[in-house]
Design a protein around this ligand. Structure first.
Ligand code: ATP
Ligand code: MG
Length: 260
């Protein structure tokens, strides 16, 4: 990011204010900061929801403002705070343009944690019952029904599917916007450990509401009112007297031992 400023629409206030940062290939970056600090907006800027009011973003040396939106977005995988599913089936949600064989979709459901490795063979063989009801089938069976906006799935389940979709797409850049509150600690932990296992060779930006989830990340970016307040390894930020990250850690009951 080179001096990036971003507003959602012309006339609206600038939300990111001259952000410059350099993220290395395969680096895992945790992003934190107060509500409204501009964390999710980093994602909007990368996705080019609107053009930058100033500055440039480069991926592998390519100015993303100079390439087509389709080419850009194809290369990014995004798991938003509140993922939307479309009406149809799990299969259609994982692979809307039918570009991949079922085998890859099943495999991704397993590596994403939606279906366990032990049960997947049984799940594959499941069929609707005699009156055509799908309720006897696994929740994440490829033929399982998804209602409008994924209404029959919980927020945690929708994030799990968005994660699976990212696995199917095999992109090298993953941006994860942790659900604010509704996902329980266990689901959150499960999603995080799946990510660590499945996206080891990818660059990850994780917007975290639970600091614990990003303590193992390479570096932490702390945003405050659209500006970079701190950007360093979790450990050095924790050791920084009067640092924002340190204060946030103390408030969430994180101490020395959590860094070991
Ligand atoms: P949270 O922790 O609550 O998710 P955040 O750090 O992700 O907060 P952003 O969503 O990036 O915060 O919002 C930063 C600023 O941009 C806020 O002032 C917000 O009101 C504004 N904003 C966010 N989304 C839009 C939008 N679609 N249109 C206009 N303004 C927006
Ligand atoms: Mg947000």
């Amino acid at each position: 990011f080179e001096d990036v400023s971003f507003a959602y629409r012309p006339g609206l206030p600038v939300v990111l204010k001259g952000i410059s940062l350099d993220i290395k290939s395969q680096e895992k970056i945790g992003i934190c900061g107060r509500t409204g600090a501009g964390k999710s907006t980093i994602m909007s800027a990368l996705y080019r929801l609107n053009e930058l009011s100033d500055g440039k973003i480069f991926i592998d040396g390519v100015d993303i403002g100079q390439i087509g939106l389709y080419d850009l977005r194809k290369k990014l995988s995004i798991i938003p705070q509140d993922p939307v599913l479309f009406r149809g089936t799990i299969r259609k949600n994982l692979d809307p343009f039918q570009e991949h064989p079922d085998e890859l979709l099943w495999k991704s459901l397993v590596s994403g944690g939606a279906i366990s490795a032990e049960e997947v063979e049984v799940v594959k063989g499941q069929k609707p019952d005699s009156i055509g009801s799908l309720s006897s089938m696994h929740k994440f069976h490829l033929d399982q029904k998804v209602e409008e906006e994924g209404a029959n799935f919980s927020l945690g389940e929708r994030q799990l599917l968005a994660l699976t979709r990212a696995l199917v797409r095999q992109s090298k850049i993953l941006i994860l916007d942790e659900a604010t509150s509704s996902v329980d600690y266990e689901t959150d932990n499960k999603i995080q450990s799946r990510i660590a296992a499945a996206f080891g060779d990818c660059t990850i930006l994780c917007i975290a509401h639970r600091l614990k989830t990003i303590l193992t990340y390479d570096r932490i970016l702390v945003l405050e009112q659209g500006e970079i307040e701190e950007f360093d390894t979790p450990r050095s930020l924790y050791e920084k007297k009067d640092g924002i990250f340190r204060q946030m850690c103390i408030k969430s009951g994180i101490n020395e031992s959590d860094f070991e």
